[in-house]
Structures are given as structure tokens and as C-alpha cells.
Design a protein around this ligand. Sequence first.
Ligand code: URA
Length: 431
Amino acid sequence: MNSSDLPRFDTVDLIRAKRDGQVLTDAQIDWWIRAYTSGHIADEQMAALAMAIFFRGLEPRELRRWTAAMIGTGERLDFSGLGWPTADKHSTGGVGDKITLPLAPLVAACGVAVPQLSGRGLGHTGGTLDKLESIPGWQASLTNERMREILRDVGAVICAAGSGLAPADKKLYALRDVTGTVESIPLIASSIMSKKIAEGTGALVLDVKVGSGAFMKTADQAAELARTMVGLGTDAGVRTTALLTDMATPLGRTAGNALEVRESAEVLAGGGPADVVELTLALAREMLAGAGRGDVDPADVLASGKAMDVWRAMITAQHGDPDAPLPLARHTEVVRADSSGYAASLDALSVGLAAWRLGAGRARKEDPVQAGAGVEWHVRPGEAVRRGDPVFTLHTDTPDRFEPALADLADALVIAAEPPAIGPVVLDRIG
Ligand code: URA
């Protein structure tokens, strides 16, 4: 059905209705989303409605319908005949969040296929595709047929979401980005879940980040977003749970594309930073339970080396060379501690901004990223540090970027006389 077959409503009446706090009907929502996607509603009218939703919210019924209408604008993938149960993970985005890289092959090595449709990064949080594209030869774009073949043969695939999934969201997200309407729980939840439901996964685990480096700065906001998304997934027949995880501190010890691939490979080889391993295993357990394989212990599978085998096969299937040296930035600069004590805190947002300024991220979606750029931090909260020890190494191809990145990092690391109490990475579970 195209938008002209749907009952017609007056665009301005609907904007006024939501502005004044009224609840939209199913027919109004269906019409709106179709008419916007097909270009019959102007961007400024969609922007006005998005702002009205930002302030007035959507009732649970409206939100379900809004999400279903966005899914209905595109294709829906179906992996039911694959011969493997399927599970996916979505993270709301954080600094140093490379978890998808070890997680997808690990879960596949446990017997559950992972169809990961990912995006590129915008702003201070990195994108999974940007990270993988630092592997020489690796290609993000696949046809649906090739994605299905890799999933069947290897068990895990991480690739670019094509334009066929929820095209309404693609258009709306770009508009929200420039109209101050990103930070709305119903708009974020429907945006993420329309794509994840259309992707056709059987089970889904949401990693909802909380803290300075995340969209959601407080645990209450994050819990509300998590509950909203879990509700949408469950209503759509996807077994959905969420973990609320800490993003006050960046994950691991690196932020930047090739730097994070290197760290992920260390995890797959049985090493890597403890917090990255802890979160990878926690999310793997959720995915396996959702897919009916809760009897498999991912820690054993990780230790067996099977996840590394899947990683290598997964990279090779997309023309990447898992043995090729990863790109290095042309210039580095080391920052040293100006006092002795214990690292008390390391601010995720400051580190994310520094990595972004060094060239690891982009300001506009057309911008290129530098594969080798980013930040390494040599101390994590709780670790002892002596005056003069290296605390950060900055990497970039363009040395004029050191100065702004150093400014971001100036207050990022707090050194105190006493060791701080270290909290867990996983703060809560919803679902
Ligand atoms: N990621 C999305 O896909 N959509 C949002 O609205 C926010 C983050």
C-alpha cells in the first residue's frame, strides 16, 4: 500500500494534536510514517512532530504502532530456515565499546548464529564497521544472500545495515540529529527496535550504557529506555533482555578503530582487559539464554580457542586478512602522570572526545576516519600510578590534532591518595 491509499489526515492537525498532548490513532500514525517516508510530509513538519513527541512522549500503544509502522516501510529479514537459533546484541553506544567484535564470534562458537547489522560511528562513540574496516581488505557491504550464506557457514556476520531496513528511521534519524530531537526515549527506542525487529533475530540483548560517555547519563533514564525497548521487542515476538552497563569509565584500554580491533583479538586469544572479558561473557550468557542455549558456558568456549577460529573465518568471509598487520598512526604522543597515587576515575566522555578529535571518529557522516588514530590509557581506575609514568598514548596521522585532544584529556584522569571502590561493569538487568 502506498501513502495515497491510506486515509488522509491534515498534517498540521496531527502536529497540533501531539503538541497539545493528545494520543494519535493507529491510522494517523500509519499514515504519518508512510507519508513522511514517501516525501509527502515535509522535513520541517516531521521535525515539528518529533519535537512535540520529545516533550509529550508517546503512550505505549502509540509507540508500538509507531515502531511497527517504521518496520513496515522496509523489508524484514527472516532467518528461520537457517538451521541455527539466532541472537543479536545492540549497544546504545559507548567509548572503547568494542564488545561486538569478540562477542559475535564467541556466541557463534557456542552454537547460536549472530546476524549483526551495524553502523558507522558519529560523534564521540565509535562505530563497529569503522573498527572492522581497519582490517586490510575487510568489506562491510553484503547482499542479503551473502549475509545468509556466511551466517549459515560461519555462524556470525557483522555487516552494514542496507537501506532496505526501516528506511523511515534512516530519514528520521538524520533529521533528529540536526533538530535537537535525538534524546527522546520513545524516539530512540522506536529507532533502535524498528531496525532490530526488521533484522529478524530470534533473541536480542540490549546493552544500555549509563554514564558520562553514554546517551543516558543517569541510571533512571537508562532503565526507562531499557524497559521501553524490552517491551517493544517482547511485543514483537523477539526474546529481549537488557543489561544496564557502566559508561562512566571507558571500556578496556583503547578507543580507536585499529587499536580496538587489536584489543578484541587479545580477548579472543584468551587475554585482554578484564572489564571487556567480563562484559563480553555477560552479554554472551544473555544471548545464549535467549536463544535456548543457556546450558553452554561461553567462558569455556572462549578458553578453548573456538571463538578465535570463528573470528578468523568471519573476517576472511568478508575479504579481510586476519593475519595482516593492523594500521598504525604515523604520530604518537605520550602523556605522563603529574602525581603519584591511584587512578580514582577516568572520564569516558573526555576520552571519547579525544579519540574523535585525533581522527578515530567523524563529525559528519561523509567524513573519513583514520584507522590508526585513537587513545590508549595505561591505567584504569583502581591501579597504582607513579609521577612520570605514561598514562595516555595518543595516536594520529595529523599531529595538529594533538593539542585539542590533549585539552580534552587534561582533567580526564583523577589521581587520588587512596584506591577507589571499583563497581561492577554490569549495573542491572531488565527483562
Ligand atoms: N541509535 C539509533 O539507532 N537510534 C537512535 O535514536 C539513537 C541511537
